[in-house]
Design a binder for this molecule. Structure first.
Ligand code: HEM
Length: 481
């Protein structure tokens, strides 16, 4: 059983609850890995977890034994059941569920991972980035908090994928989407806040605050879905003859009409709201916000990025995805950003379908397994100066990007790996590249009037890791010839 794995003795009933840093459990787990080894167990109240802490353990679990370790817990979560109508959307389904395969396939196809799809993401992102640059310019070099501009840009790319169009921040549908996402972040805040509802669903009869948030989300979800269906059908006649309808909502709607489809409309609604809107916004926008704070404090990195973008793209045209291959420093900066910030520090819990031996220790079937990706990315025994932001760790002596088989690249798994690898990896990386390179081309990002440390140990944990409030100044670069 899980208790046979190395562990620290806890207290009766509460277990290790008070020994674990509540807001940043991955920091405690990183320390414990040093003593307990790469596979250990933790008990917090009635829940027991297996924590994997080293590259070898995580790689073995996700990739080598990914098939037996790619389950999700079957246990009910009152909060999620309410939002998803008890449907297991992608994040929650088993890899053996036909709906998991089907939804991943449709969404993959529409968020396309290849050629034309990448071009489409680029096309969508382009307008949004133009808007972002304009917003930065409109600050007229005054100190400002970039959070909402970044957030709106990221959210609008998602809206465009879903519906083929962008919305003004004042549009009702956009406002509701933001409210849905923000309420979700509060309702699923890290380390148990809100988790009391999963434990004691009857608390909802006693004015529980999380329950109020969940009800609000359910209402928003229903309204948004109706609006999305409306928008999708309205757009139909705008398509030219034989033109492919690229909108994800349309593709999902067509699937419903297929004979024998195991999906219902409620399933699709849950998928769109949780797997795409929810999972696709906070992760990327928090990574980009962290970037702005970091870059404002690392002028040398910024200079090198600018030097590269000036050389490859110049000033006349906008940044294109086809520039990426010629911009190793920018790519290295993005890899370093993903390592440094590790916005999803413990990934999403996995469940072994059968007893599985990891690094010589048996991880029991049905247990809840956490991958400490944060530790993988900050382990001081592996990464030199792991708490310093150094894109150079992903470059070779000639300034080229190290190959995917280089140990530093292999030790980087911000999107996890194996059968359950993040659905939005390519979309996220594409947006990061376009935004970061476009900002370097146009602006010097300087510290503003409100400053905060960019040390990853000091990031805040909501649903994902985020930077405390800060401001920057976006100074337009001089015209270069
Ligand atoms: C910087 C951005 C992002 C990071 C760091 C990130 C990270 C992750 C991680 C660590 C997982 C857990 C995988 C596992 O269970 O082992 C995950 C899963 C997932 N992500 Fe992301 N993600 C990002 C962006 C996105 C975007 C843009 C989308 C959607 C448009 C998305 C959708 C999903 C979905 C649906 C899953 C569940 C996959 C499954 O269970 O089969 N993510 N992500």
């Amino acid at each position: 059983s899980v208790e046979q794995l190395p562990h620290y003795k806890g207290w009766p009933v509460v277990g290790n609850l008070f020994q674990v840093e509540r807001d940043r459990p991955e920091l405690t787990f990183s320390e414990w890995t040093k003593d307990l080894g790469p596979v250990f167990s933790v008990k917090m109240l009635h829940k027991q977890f297996v924590v994997l802490g080293s590259f070898d353990a995580i790689y073995e679990a996700l990739v080598k034994k990914g098939k037996s370790l790619s389950g999700r817990q079957n246990k009910h979560s009152f909060r999620l059941d309410e939002i998803t109508d008890h449907f297991r959307n992608i994040v929650r389904s088993q890899v053996t569920d036909p709906s998991w395969k089907k939804l991943r396939m449709i969404s993959h196809k529409k968020i396309k991972m290849y050629d034309t799809g990448m071009k489409r993401i680029e096309g969508i992102s382009r307008d949004m980035i133009a808007n972002l640059l304009e917003e930065f310019q409109n600050t007229s070099q005054r100190s400002f908090d970039p959070e909402s501009v970044i957030y709106n840009t990221v959210m609008n790319v998602i809206m465009c994928l879903l519906l083929g169009q962008t919305f003004s921040v004042n549009d009702d549908i956009f406002k509701k989407m933001v409210q849905f996402e923000q309420s979700g972040i509060k309702a699923w805040a890290q380390a148990g806040r809100g988790a009391e509802l999963d434990l004691c669903p009857w608390l909802r009869f006693f004015g529980n605050e999380t329950y109020k948030l969940i009800r609000h989300m359910v209402e928003l979800r229903n309204q948004l879905w109706e609006r999305m269906k409306e928008e999708a059908s309205r757009g139909d006649h705008l398509l030219k003859k034989d033109e492919e309808d690229l909108r994800l909502v349309s593709a999902l709607r067509d699937t419903l009409a297929e004979d024998g489809s195991e999906l219902s409309e409620k399933h699709l609604r849950a998928h769109v709201m949780v797997d795409i809107a929810f999972a696709g916004t906070a992760t990327t926008s928090n990574t980009l916000c962290a970037y702005l704070n970091i870059i404002s404090q690392h002028p040398k990195v910024q200079e090198k990025l600018q030097e590269e973008v000036d050389r490859v793209v110049g000033v006349q045209r906008i940044v294109s995805l086809s520039d990426k291959g010629k911009m190793p420093y920018t790519q290295a900066t993005i890899l370093e950003l993903l390592r440094f910030t590790s916005v999803a520090p413990l990934g999403v819990p996995h469940m072994p379908y059968e007893d599985t031996v990891i690094q010589g220790k048996t991880v029991p079937a049905g247990s809840t397994v956490l991958m400490n990706l944060y530790h993988l990315h900050h382990d001081e025994d592996f990464w030199e100066n792991s708490f310093e932001f150094q894109p150079e760790r992903f470059l070779d002596e000639d300034g080229g990007l190290v190959s995917a088989s280089h140990p530093n690249r292999r030790h980087l798994m911000p999107f996890s790996a194996g059968p359950r690898v993040c659905l939005g990896e390519v979309l996220a990386k594409t947006r990061l590249f376009l935004v970061i390179a476009s900002l370097a081309q146009k602006f010097n990002i300087l510290p503003g009037e409100v400053s905060t440390s960019c040390d990853p140990r000091l990031l805040q944990h909501g649903l994902v890791l985020s930077t405390a409030k800060f401001e920057i100044v976006a100074k337009e670069r001089e015209i270069r010839v």
